[in-house]
Design a protein around this ligand. Structure first.
Ligand code: FAD
Ligand code: PYC
Length: 448
């Protein structure tokens, strides 16, 4: 009888939580939400996956839009969301050649932090971190942002001095950052081997407590769902093959699903930005390299923070599923292949075992690669291009996941106003001719 009642309620209980609604409108009580999840789980289990509500529509492309965003990764989807939400520009399409989050957004090791050296970068990455802090509520979608703390280890005097300089710069910019000595590292992360006899002993670390990790796919899905609810058309399996221009003014796009007219195009395609720039007739100071990551078999929670080491050359965290999430540096050759060389995996695991001897018995489950777009100064390019109405957001290299909300937010402003937001003005393409570089090789860390 009780089961029948649950099934009846599950199928007929019409909890009014709609796509994209602000969760506060419907937060009647925590227990009501819990009931909703249980009912909707039961309902969906019994419906044999039929009549599920789509998280976003899949419309045919319209002949014309006010703005088209190329690239359905986190940055592109966030841009579309903020265009609609903050600038009330809703006649927008996001065109994606594959599936949402199938690029670097769904391939990264999910580390989020804002401890960059220069004022320009600190402003941009901290803007992003602040947006992360309210993102699940804003999108009404759990992106599983977990501020578990990020350690950057020091293994020699030079490392310590470099990290201290960065910590001081961070604090001057109002960013939480502190230096730990060896005992402090051991206390914060007991699993790390801090014995003095190590080849690269741990002399200390910087710690950003507000840093952490998030669920990467959820970020793409959350932005997609919220943008769709505001009227944005999200069009997957739609590859841009040409950029239409009249002289130096953009007119639209050639795509695998036909021509789309528009006077404003935002290109956010990470590793493929040079390909799109080539279509528009200019060149970018970018190299595209594979960057690999791998995960272990899942185990009980043992590692409660993120650990990065530039010198030993690895970074590691543990996902909520229990897998160790591991990465290191780029493969040194340029390539568009989303895999990578085995030698990099070997070196990475050697480095992990040096820091965490107890992981030597873990088995690795899977490995993959993404194509990262690297600028000479390890900072992004966000802004206008030589073609009027064509805006590029690229060059995030190995470190753009953390910037997803902030990047989308300032890029939407740039497109809406045809002028950079003050936070992305220093990241214009012309810095490579003026020489006003923002050199973040130290903060870009292991991966660059
Ligand atoms: P993407 O997610 O790559 O989206 C671009 C999209 O454009 C793709 O979906 C692609 O299919 C599409 N596209 C390309 N060409 C076309 C076309 N012609 N037409 C239509 N669509 C097109 N950053 C961090 O901050 N922390 C980390 O821990 C971290 N770890 C990383 C680990 C790895 C292994 C990798 C590969 C990257 C890592 N990064 C990390 C970097 C981060 O993932 C990227 O900087 C960020 O995800 C870029 O997001 P995006 O939306 O710009 O690009
Ligand atoms: O930028 O923090 C980072 C990062 C970690 C792994 C790859 N990039």
């Amino acid at each position: 009888m009780r089961v029948a009642l649950v099934v009846f309620l599950a199928i007929h209980f019409n909890f009014p939580c709609e796509r994209g609604d602000d969760i506060t409108l419907y937060r009647r009580s925590e227990s009501a939400l819990q009931k909703y999840s249980i009912f909707s789980l039961a309902r969906n289990a019994l419906s044999r996956h039929e009549n599920w509500r789509e998280a976003w529509r899949s419309p045919e492309p319209k002949p014309a839009y006010d703005v088209v965003i190329v690239g359905g990764g986190g940055h592109g989807l966030a841009t579309a969301y903020y265009l609609a939400k903050e600038h009330k520009i809703t006649n927008v399409a996001v065109v994606e050649k594959g599936w949402l989050g199938g690029g670097n957004t769904g391939r990264n090791t999910t580390i989020v932090r804002s401890n960059y050296l220069w004022d320009e970068s600190a402003g941009l990455y901290e803007h992003s971190l602040k947006l992360w802090e309210g993102l699940s509520q804003k999108l009404n979608f759990n992106v599983m942002f977990s501020q578990r703390g990020v350690l950057n280890l020091a293994h020699n005097l030079h490392d310590l001095r470099e990290l201290s300089r960065r910590v001081n710069a961070n604090r001057l910019n109002g960013i939480d950052s502190e230096i730990l000595d060896t005992e402090g590292v051991k206390e914060f992360c007991p699993l790390i081997d801090t014995s003095e006899t190590l080849r690269y002993p741990v002399l200390g670390a910087s710690l950003q407590r507000r840093g952490g990790v998030a669920r990467h796919d959820a970020v793409a899905w959350g932005y997609a769902r919220a943008a769709d609810a505001l009227g944005v058309d999200i069009i997957q399996n739609c590859e841009v093959t040409g950029i239409l221009r009249d002289g130096d003014v953009v007119q639209g796009l050639e795509t695998s699903r036909g021509t789309i007219k528009t006077n404003k195009v935002g290109v956010v395609v990470a590793g493929h930005c040079s390909v799109l720039a080539n279509m528009a007739g200019f060149r970018l100071p970018i190299e595209s390299h594979p960057l690999q990551a791998l995960v272990s078999e899942p185990v009980k929670p043992v590692l409660h923070c993120v650990v990065m080491s530039n010198a030993v050359h690895a970074y590691i965290s543990q996902s909520d599923k229990g897998e160790l999430v591991i990465g290191a540096g780029i493969d040194s050759y340029v390539s568009y292949s989303q895999s990578g060389g085995f030698d990099v995996v070997e070196d990475t695991l050697r480095a992990v075992v040096e820091l965490f001897p107890m992981f030597s018995r873990m088995r690795m489950l899977r490995q993959w690669g993404g194509i990262v777009d690297i600028c000479p100064d390890a900072s992004p390019i966000i802004g206008k291009t030589p073609v009027q109405g064509l805006y590029f957001n690229c060059g995030w290299g190995t470190g753009g996941f953390k910037a997803t909300p902030g990047s989308g937010n300032v890029f939407a402003h740039t497109i809406a106003h045809d002028e950079p937001h003050p936070l992305n003005a220093p990241f214009a393409l012309d810095r490579f001719t003026t020489g006003a570089l923002v050199d973040e090789h130290g903060a870009a860390a292991v991966a660059h």
